[in-house]
Design a binder for this molecule. Structure first.
Ligand SMILES: NC(=O)c1ccc[n+]([C@@H]2O[C@H](COP(=O)([O-])OP(=O)(O)OC[C@H]3O[C@@H](n4cnc5c(N)ncnc54)[C@H](O)[C@@H]3O)[C@@H](O)[C@H]2O)c1
Ligand SMILES: [Zn+2]
Ligand SMILES: [Zn+2]
Length: 397
């Protein structure tokens, strides 16, 4: 089959690799019809390179048609249309049973002391071959795959794999519902969907912040107020004043960080990230494991903006091991922080009804680009550079 394969930093190619086969009774094989390209893939494309291995198949946001199931899989059968959650979880361990599927005890990657295995996401998360491919082996298929109805286009359902549950969890963890005021940092797919979900769940005011014009415009068209970061000279004080003008002096009840470790406006840390990229793999891997730092501009701004006693919800991914944080401010303002990988199956039953009869969250035209899988090298480059209005790319293998 054809698959998007990681060859090195900023080097993704489409190769012919062996077709996957059923290896365990709880496996399924799914023929992929749509597969998203995510901001998380961009971390692998560049700063997480030390944890990648040449030959890794990328991708974790797929849907498709079941081709085969192992003897232990009874909930789905060949021909079913399914969306596959990006985290691989068993559904019956202590963590899955309490809605912490991203910490599944059955698939946890104990070698690296990490949470549940993920598709296409480095050896830290199990090095499971990913979904930007024609076929996918789905472990734990007795639980993971979400059956969706025939009829509506793939675009209606594919975001159940990641964007929708991630944004939903961001909003729930932020308490950005029922009359709350919320700032969303980053208006990529996750942040822009978080704005829509916060509005849907009753937040009284939603203010999105980014620096890419078409991303700001998309959020505005869907009812959010927006601020263009680039208009403030990277001065957090000026941004804070603008947010206070919009939402009141005390600041927003909730701030969602949908930016993560590669934030714009973090000079020193950017240099450190570039340097680890230049070191030999073993050395940079050790450096990232022990002293790695993230680009923290978005998180620092979030801490600055949120009201006293308010809540920060981080869905942007962080990977630093010794990030300098303003503990005095966090403590003094009594800020609550929640974060983590999305527990996809925890939320999908709540979200699915919003996708079936009517397109409540506007997912039909959420993708900016639909591309053949063969265009993956170009797509990664375009998405990283934010060229050509690329906001969300779906591959159609
Ligand atoms: N927690 C999870 O389970 C989960 C799942 C999916 C994605 N993610 C993470 O969420 C983050 C966003 O993903 P995405 O697909 O939307 O990615 P993306 O890269 O398209 O979006 C990030 C956005 O942040 C903006 N930005 C950069 N610096 C900023 C700053 N200082 N202030 C405000 N905005 C800034 C960028 O212009 C961009 O629009 C990534 O870190 C990704 O890894 C987490
Ligand atoms: Zn993703
Ligand atoms: Zn489990």
């Amino acid at each position: 089959m054809r698959a998007a394969v990681w060859h090195g930093k900023r080097d993704v190619r489409v190769d012919t690799v062996p077709d996957p086969v059923i290896e365990e009774p709880t496996d399924a094989i799914v023929r992929i019809t749509s597969s998203g390209l995510c901001g998380s893939d961009l971390h692998l494309y560049e700063v997480m390179a030390p944890f990648m291995t040449e030959g890794d198949v990328l991708g974790h946001e797929p849907m498709g048609i079941v081709e085969a199931v192992g003897s232990g899989v009874t909930g789905i059968r060949p021909g079913d249309r399914v969306v596959i959650p990006f985290n691989i979880s068993c559904g019956h361990c202590a963590n899955c049973s309490t809605g912490l599927q991203s910490q599944c005890e059955t698939t946890q990657v104990r070698e690296y002391d990490k949470g549940a295995a993920l598709f296409g996401y480095t050896k830290l998360y199990g090095q499971v071959p990913g979904a930007q491919a024609e076929l996918l082996r789905v472990p734990q298929a007795h639980y993971g795959p979400i059956k969706v109805p025939d009829g509506p286009s793939d675009d209606r359902f594919v975001y159940l794999s990641d964007v929708l549950p991630t944004a939903w969890q961001a909003v729930q963890y932020a308490g950005a519902i029922d009359g709350a005021t919320v700032v969303v940092l980053g208006l990529g797919p996750i942040g822009s969907m978080a704005c829509r979900i916060a509005t849907h769940l009753g937040a009284s005011q939603v203010l999105g912040i980014d620096l890419v014009p078409e991303r700001l415009e998309r959020a505005r068209l869907h009812g959010a107020d927006v601020l263009d970061l680039s208009a403030f000279d990277d001065d957090p004080q000026l941004i804070k004043e603008a947010v206070q003008d919009a939402l009141g002096r005390s600041g927003p009840d909730s701030v969602i960080d949908a930016v993560g470790m590669e934030a714009h406006g973090s000079g020193g840390a950017k240099l450190a990230q570039s340097l680890t990229g230049l070191l030999p793999d073993k050395v940079s891997e050790k450096m990232m494991e022990h002293t790695g730092v993230d680009r923290l501009a978005a998180l620092q701004l979030a801490i600055e903006l949120v009201r006293r006693g308010g809540t920060l919800s981080l869905s942007g991914v962080y990977g630093g091991m010794s990030d300098p944080l303003p503990m005095m401010v966090l403590f003094d303002k009594q800020i609550q922080i929640r974060m983590g990988q999305a527990n996809v199956r925890r939320w999908t039953d709540d979200i699915l009804p919003l996708l079936v009869d009517r397109d409540v969250l506007g997912v039909e035209d959420f993708a900016s680009h639909h591309l053949p899988l063969e265009d993956a090298p170009k797509a990664y480059e375009m998405f990283q550079k934010k060229d050509d209005g690329a906001v969300k790319i779906l591959f159609q293998p």
